[in-house]
Design a protein around this ligand. Structure first.
Ligand SMILES: Cc1cc2nc3c(=O)[nH]c(=O)nc-3n(C[C@H](O)[C@H](O)[C@H](O)COP(=O)(O)OP(=O)(O)OC[C@H]3O[C@@H](n4cnc5c(N)ncnc54)[C@H](O)[C@@H]3O)c2cc1C
Length: 406
């Protein structure tokens, strides 16, 4: 692997462990991007313009996994963005990663999705919660291009995580896992799997535990790639676990801690999905502006019609508010901030993409233009990483708690 230009800079790569906390301690938020954050943003922006934008539509149409871009991103170090330098990563903070995800998703939503799941859900969990031995096996190769997955959802347990039925039983020095996971992003191409299973379904969330499984372990069966409306070049598939035996020390934390571990990781992932949604929304806004400036109606460009300008203005405000909420969540991590960012970014991206389709008129519905892809991609961000409906409930719940604490 070529040394990343980011690693060469003395100003870059200061790793600080970012402890998750449930309650936010601040009502206000101000930040300016540091030099390091600006250089990540620029790097990802240039990468997206050069390597993603030109192929995004083709990859989407062919539902082709973006192997080449992901390999190049690994060479830049971005497939190990927040992993500490001693473990082979860039040691970046969450905001830097969010900036990269935003820019890359602007270029290609599917690539942004692959990067988000790999970094925010897989790598950061192993990096922050894994033992030294676990890091050796499940981290090092994964900063260099091997992909990781996070299998929480099941056919009968999506939003209702406590309803997980995959069973884990201890047999001497081994855990034996049996069950069915669904919608596992990166599983087809991936080499490592984080999963959650119950030691006793009657205990509901108190019975959950988190496990690390090498994908090639006997008994791990990956199903067919799901055909989906959004992020079509990324892959999600079912994973069946049949008498999967893993060493006893491949458990993360203790039995019973799985629910907390999953929720903490989802707080992080929602920052990533929010950034991904902001990137898609920005791309829809850019598409709409370019089109409105060129297309003429009633003797002038669309951009000079009051109603079109109003739509563009509305789109701009939706993008900016979502972006602010996302950056805030990345520097002040709490359940409320992450849920609020994901809620706003997913909802706003969908509205922005809808305006984009409208501004392109008939061409907005044509597969030969980007608007319909942005529309499909934006919609997905309200589902994966936790549905919009539950984000709103989380914000409401923590709003009242924080009010008491402040
Ligand atoms: C492209 C894609 C990639 C994905 N990748 C992954 C992955 O890598 N790993 C993984 O574990 N999962 C993944 N998922 C699964 C995703 O996280 C779930 O689809 C999502 O959490 C919703 O679960 P569900 O589909 O079972 O919907 P359900 O939980 O059945 O919810 C359906 C609807 O019911 C309502 N609802 C349900 N519960 C509540 C509630 N408590 N409050 C309010 N409304 C509620 C909402 O309107 C919701 O939209 C992925 C999904 C997709 C589509």
């Amino acid at each position: 692997m070529a040394t990343s230009p980011l690693l060469k800079s003395s100003k870059l790569g200061i790793y600080s462990r970012q402890c998750l906390k449930t309650l936010s301690s601040r009502r206000t938020f101000t930040t300016q991007l540091t030099e390091q954050q600006q250089s990540i943003q620029e790097l990802a922006r240039n990468f997206a313009n050069e390597h993603l934008k030109p192929v995004a539509a083709k990859h989407d149409t062919e539902a082709r996994f973006p192997f080449e871009p992901i390999k190049k991103l690994a060479n830049l170090g971005l497939m190990g963005a927040c992993v500490s330098k001693e473990n082979g990563g860039l040691g970046l903070d969450y905001l830097s990663l969010a900036l990269a995800v935003e820019e890359l998703s602007r270029g290609c939503a599917s690539t942004g999705m692959v990067l988000t799941i790999h970094n925010f859900l897989y790598l950061n969990l192993v990096n922050e919660k894994g033992t030294d031995k676990q890091k050796e096996i499940f981290l090092n190769d994964f900063t260099k291009g091997a992909l990781g997955s996070f299998a929480l959802s099941e056919p009968g347990a999506g939003t209702d995580v406590a309803g997980i039925q995959t069973r884990a039983t201890l047999d001497g020095d081994y855990w034996v896992l049996n069950g069915k996971k669904t919608w596992v992003t990166n599983a087809i191409e991936g080499k490592g799997l984080i999963t959650f299973a119950t030691i006793d379904p009657e205990l509901r969330h108190k019975g959950l535990a988190c496990f690390l499984i090498p994908m090639e372990t006997d008994g791990v069966f990956r199903g067919k790639k799901e055909r989906i409306m959004s992020v079509r070049a990324a892959t999600a598939c079912p994973v069946t676990l049949e008498d999967v035996r893993i060493p006893r020390d491949y458990i993360v934390g203790a039995p019973g801690e799985g629910f907390r571990i999953a929720m903490e990781q989802l707080d992080q992932a929602r920052i990533g999905i929010a950034a991904h949604a902001v990137g898609i929304a920005q791309s829809a806004l850019d598409t709409a502006i370019s089109y409105a400036k060129k297309r003429e109606a009633f003797g002038k460009p669309l951009s000079r019609l009051a109603s079109v300008k109003d739509r563009l203005t509305e789109m701009c405000m939706l993008v900016e508010t979502a972006r602010l909420a996302t950056y805030r969540a990345a520097v002040d991590v709490s359940t409320k901030n992450s849920a609020m960012a994901k809620y706003l970014a997913g909802r706003n991206a969908t509205a922005v993409a809808d305006h984009c389709v409208q501004i392109l008129g008939g061409r907005g519905l044509s597969v030969n233009y980007d608007a319909e892809r942005h529309y499909r991609d934006a919609r997905g961000t309200q589902i994966y990483g936790g549905v919009t409906d539950i984000q709103k409930r989380l914000v409401g719940h923590y709003l009242l708690k924080e009010h008491d604490a402040l």
